[in-house]
Design a protein around this ligand. Structure first.
Ligand code: NAD
Length: 321
């Protein structure tokens, strides 16, 4: 089996490879060629940790495996480690033998940013010029970097609960030679694309903060109870997601469904747009909303690609199991 350690991921993985891997697996999920297994997520009763597994199998790429890990809230203060910890394990689908163990922390950021970038690629207006960011935590910088590659953006605006944290996003904008402005939520109406990436449990973005024609990529809500945008925005928008079962249970759509504002049948998979079986955006004034909940197959897709890159560059360690 091969080991690709966490500290090699960022030098191996590229935005292009991550975007293509996630786009392809979303397409395979929609044709039924790839499927995610039920997610396990448990409080282990130690260190307040949440631990679990996200697995799946993609027959188009013959990628079988799981991501194991979770959230240890005391890591940063006690151990100088990041609180989210994960590892991806890949298996040979012909024999069940373990083929690779891959650091999953940086890959999570790559695959999550790739998901919203895929949604922007397929759903945002071609003439989108202003991108708005809600949230400025660990994921947000990856989100912005990926998104900036999808359209000819001319300006970045950002809102965060603690505005001083927006400096990290301003730095990404500066690298791309774009102006950055810290704004109030009311000013988000200027944005053509808005990414939400917070761990909020109540709606931040309201419908009067969003202009007609905007594409929203809602990426922070991945658990029961979390919420970033008002439920009525999902009623106004055409809603897309990575996986419908997750969207209605742990994603942003959980609230609009619970309030009876939309039905499950109102939500389309982004894979259908990728495969050309759904038209996607149909008008300049339409609000499109991508509910990115995060599926195990995204992790397996990027891990499988990074193993290939590591082998090519001689950075994978082979061990006998
Ligand atoms: P982080 O802790 O580094 O940052 C959290 C961000 O949320 C900060 O900007 C913080 O100010 C903001 N925030 C927290 N509570 C808020 C509130 N009540 N109101 C407004 N803003 C609030 O976290 P991160 O690693 O950047 O992750 C952000 C979110 O994305 C988390 O909810 C995480 O679970 C989720 N996530 C989703 C996926 C996916 O695939 N969809 C993948 C990874 C992370």
């Amino acid at each position: 089996m091969l080991i690709v350690p966490e500290n090699k991921i960022s030098e191996l993985m590229t935005d292009e490879v991550a975007l293509r891997a996630v786009e392809e697996v979303f397409g395979a999920m929609t044709t039924g060629q790839a499927g995610n297994f039920p997610v396990v997520r448990e409080a282990i009763g130690h260190e307040d940790a949440l631990y679990g597994f996200k697995g799946g199998f993609d027959k188009t790429s013959m990628t079988l495996g799981l991501k194991a890990g979770g959230y240890w809230p005391n890591n940063a203060t006690k151990h100088h480690l990041i609180n989210h910890q994960s590892t991806v394990f890949l298996f040979d689908p012909d024999t069940g033998r373990l083929t690779a163990a891959v650091g999953g922390n940086a890959l999570t950021a790559f695959r999550t940013a790739a998901a919203s970038a895929v949604s922007i690629k397929h759903l945002a207006r071609e003439d989108s010029r202003v991108i708005g960011m809600i949230g400025a935590g660990h994921q947000a910088t990856f989100q912005l970097s990926f998104a900036l590659q999808q359209r000819n953006f001319e300006k970045v605006i950002g809102w965060n609960r603690h505005p001083e944290k927006l400096q990290t996003l301003a730095a990404i904008a500066e690298q791309a030679d774009l102006p950055f402005k810290s704004v109030e939520l009311n000013d988000m109406t200027e944005a053509d694309v808005i990414i939400t990436i917070t761990s909020s449990f109540e709606a931040i973005l309201q419908s009067h903060h969003v202009s007609p024609g905007t594409h929203l990529a809602c990426m922070g809500t991945d658990t029961i109870g979390k919420q970033e945008v008002a439920a009525d925005l999902l009623h106004q928008a055409t809603v897309f997601t990575d996986e419908i079962a997750q969207s209605v249970s742990i994603g942003e759509a959980q609230h609009a469904i619970a309030e009876g504002l939309i039905n499950q049948t109102d939500i389309a998979e982004i894979g259908a747009v990728i495969n050309g079986t759904h038209r996607g955006r149909t008008g300049e004034g339409e609000i499109t909303l991508f509910d990115g909940t995060g599926v195990g197959l995204q992790d397996l897709a990027v891990a499988s690609e990074v193993v290939k890159l590591a082998v090519d560059k001689g950075l994978a360690t082979e061990v006998e199991l």
